[in-house]
Design a protein around this ligand. Structure first.
Ligand code: GLP
Length: 243
């Protein structure tokens, strides 16, 4: 696991965006898995700049996303599907037929998870970006999730509902459940980058990097992956030894 500490959120984001740019340039038909949340927003802005100013070509990539609320209409502004459309897909010319997304509106969550996992097995991910929750969750894999889990439905913890309430009118509106790629589905990616910024993430980052992999800190599984780079700003790195 490589750890790259930059001064600011912006500097870390520019470096993460470079990993995407390099990946897409070296393999234009890359399979890429994106994340939502506020942390990757500057990365997506940087990718839009690459598209507009330098003609980075997104037309051949295949996309996946880590997770989606359940149940939520994909057209709902708070859905992760809408987030991606607004912040990236529409801005860089990614078409419907390139996009794979968990359907937050599917009648049967279990079948939907099977369908997605099946798609993933046919399209192995080349590059995957993660954020991290304050309790160490990755995607919506909360503490205690078995490392062998594939795509599945979860009940969100109180702390995740509270943390995500800022995107909704009120905490009551945050869906209590979600469907998410499992830890195993994430670990199957060839290359993983994780971006974390701000002091609220410092404890999760410390546990992930300094403690042995354990299911109470889902992100700690990444220490067992052969190609992971953690990009953090100084605040998120503030609890690491020597910082
Ligand atoms: C949500 C998402 C995660 C994300 C986390 C942190 O729970 N499911 O994928 O990493 O929030 O979000 P933020 O980047 O807004 O702190």
């Amino acid at each position: 696991m490589k750890v790259i500490i930059s001064k600011t959120h912006e500097e870390s984001s520019v470096k993460v965006a470079q990993s995407f740019t390099e990946q897409i340039k070296s393999k234009p038909d890359s399979v890429i898995c994106f994340a939502t949340g506020s942390t990757p927003l500057i990365v997506y802005k940087e990718l839009v700049k690459e598209y507009e100013n330098n003609g980075l070509d997104f037309s051949k990539i295949i996309t996946f996303n880590l997770d989606e609320y359940y149940r939520i209409d994909p057209r709902n502004e708070q859905s992760y599907r809408s987030f991606m459309t607004t912040n990236l897909f529409h801005k860089v010319g990614i078409e419907e037929n390139q996009i794979n997304f968990l359907d937050g509106h599917a009648d049967n969550a279990e079948l939907e998870c099977e369908r997605y996992e099946n798609k993933l097995s046919k399209n192995p991910i080349n590059l995957l970006i993660l954020g991290i929750g304050e309790n160490g969750h990755i995607a919506f894999n909360e503490p205690g999730t078995p490392f062998e889990e594939t795509t599945h439905q979860v009940q969100l913890t109180e702390s995740t509902i509270k943390a995500n309430a800022r995107f909704f009118e009120s905490e009551d509106e945050v869906p209590k459940s979600a469907i998410t790629m499992g830890i195993q589905s994430i670990m199957n990616a060839d290359k993983i980058v994780l971006l974390a910024t701000g002091d609220k993430k410092a404890e999760a980052i410390r546990q992930m990097i300094e403690e042995e992999p354990n299911e109470e800190c889902p992100a700690s599984v990444l220490r067992m992956h052969p190609d992971v780079t953690i990009f953090v700003d100084e605040m998120a790195a503030s609890k690491l030894k020597g910082n």
